[in-house]
Design a protein around this ligand. Structure first.
Ligand code: DAH
Length: 342
């Protein structure tokens, strides 16, 4: 039996060594291990062996099988590499003489801040939702209480698509969908990229990132809003931050506020980023307007909620001491590399 096994092994080894294509090696594999293979026959023959011999031969069969499988794998890899090399040589798309640049990438500062915020909010029981970049007019405006011809639309110079849809101007565009998806109570954040036809300067870009949040439940008040915002910001900047609320108007909240943070870049003295004011307008927020709740299918008599629209780009600037918003979208690796390593 042992000799027979060794013969089979040798025979298969020779075939493997001689195989010159992936197809061939697959054929040999089936021949060697398939149901009608020589190895399978030996396993069948084992039935007639004595009780003492059976485990010995069984072990040998297994060893041969393992050795052959390793050989198959090695040969397969070798053939795959050869096939790839051949494909690359015959294709004009690859230039084998190009030097290989071993540099690795790093996360964009906005991605880093976004991930950090997601972790903080998740730890406070919020879910993280996704929103589309192309939105309907209804979701972006009407569902957040900005009907056609409302003057609030003037603040968001919109990129319209030919089919009547638009590039979302605000993450608030996802509020309605999320309310309809979950109903109340609800705690969710939804980060996203927004677009507006802005006059560009150090703190305005036509493409920017926001992170919106909503909490809806019975008896939610401004106190809940302040608590979550202050906790979150202190967590992000690893210190107790100064914040202030000013009244602000947004059609989808009542009352509405502007939440400001003392400028992290100049420490409040006044600079280009904070336009010499010492404060940075970071986060408009407020208590969700009853009409918005209603349009989202939530009973405003029973539930109240807060919402906020955090400027992620602005937050990233403060966190990493960037004094010009345009750097973030510039793709200038000299900046982004330094930031990515922080
Ligand atoms: N969507 C507003 C904007 O981009 C920001 C905003 C304001 C969001 C107040 C909110 C909010 O959720 O409550 O200008």
């Amino acid at each position: 039996m042992e000799e027979k096994l060794n013969n089979i092994k040798r025979e298969i080894e020779t075939k493997i060594n001689e195989a010159d294509s992936l197809q061939k090696i697959e054929e040999i594999r089936v021949e060697a291990f398939g149901k009608k293979s020589l190895l399978a026959n030996i396993s069948k023959e084992m039935g007639s062996l004595s009780v003492e011999e059976k485990p010995k031969v069984g072990k040998m069969v297994n060893e041969v099988r393992q050795a052959l499988e390793a050989m198959f794998q090695a040969k397969k890899m070798e053939l795959e590499e050869k096939a790839l090399e051949l494909a690359m040589k015959s294709s004009k798309k690859y230039d084998m003489t190009l030097p290989i640049n071993g540099e690795t990438g790093s996360l964009h500062p906005i991605t880093m801040v976004q991930r950090e915020l997601e972790d903080i909010f998740k730890s406070m029981g919020f879910t993280v939702e996704d929103g589309s970049e192309v939105e309907t007019e209804y979701n972006n405006f009407e569902a957040v209480n900005v009907p056609k011809y409302h003057p609030a639309r003037d603040m968001q110079d919109t990129y319209w698509l030919e089919n009547g849809e638009l590039l979302k101007t605000q993450t608030s565009a996802a509020q309605n969908k999320i309310m309809k998806k979950y109903g109340a109570p609800l705690k969710a954040i939804f980060p996203g990229r927004c677009f507006r036809n802005e006059e560009l300067d150090a703190s305005h870009e036509n493409t920017f990132f926001q992170l919106e949040g909503m909490m809806i439940d019975e008896d939610i008040s401004v106190a809940n809003l302040i608590y979550f915002m202050k906790n979150m910001l202190s967590e992000v900047f690893k210190k107790d931050l100064e914040v202030r609320l000013r009244p602000g108007f947004f059609p989808f909240v009542e009352p509405g506020f502007e939440l400001d943070v003392s400028c992290m870049y100049c420490g409040g003295k006044g600079c280009k980023v904070c336009k010499q004011g010492g404060w940075i307008e970071l986060c408009p927020c407020g208590l969700i307007h009853p009409k918005v709740l209603e349009m989202g299918g939530i009973d405003p008599e029973k539930y109240t909620g807060f919402a906020f629209g955090l400027g992620l780009s602005r937050l990233a600037m403060m966190k990493y001491g960037i004094n010009d918003l345009r750097i973030l979208n510039s793709g200038d690796l000299r900046y982004l590399k330094q930031l990515g390593n922080k």
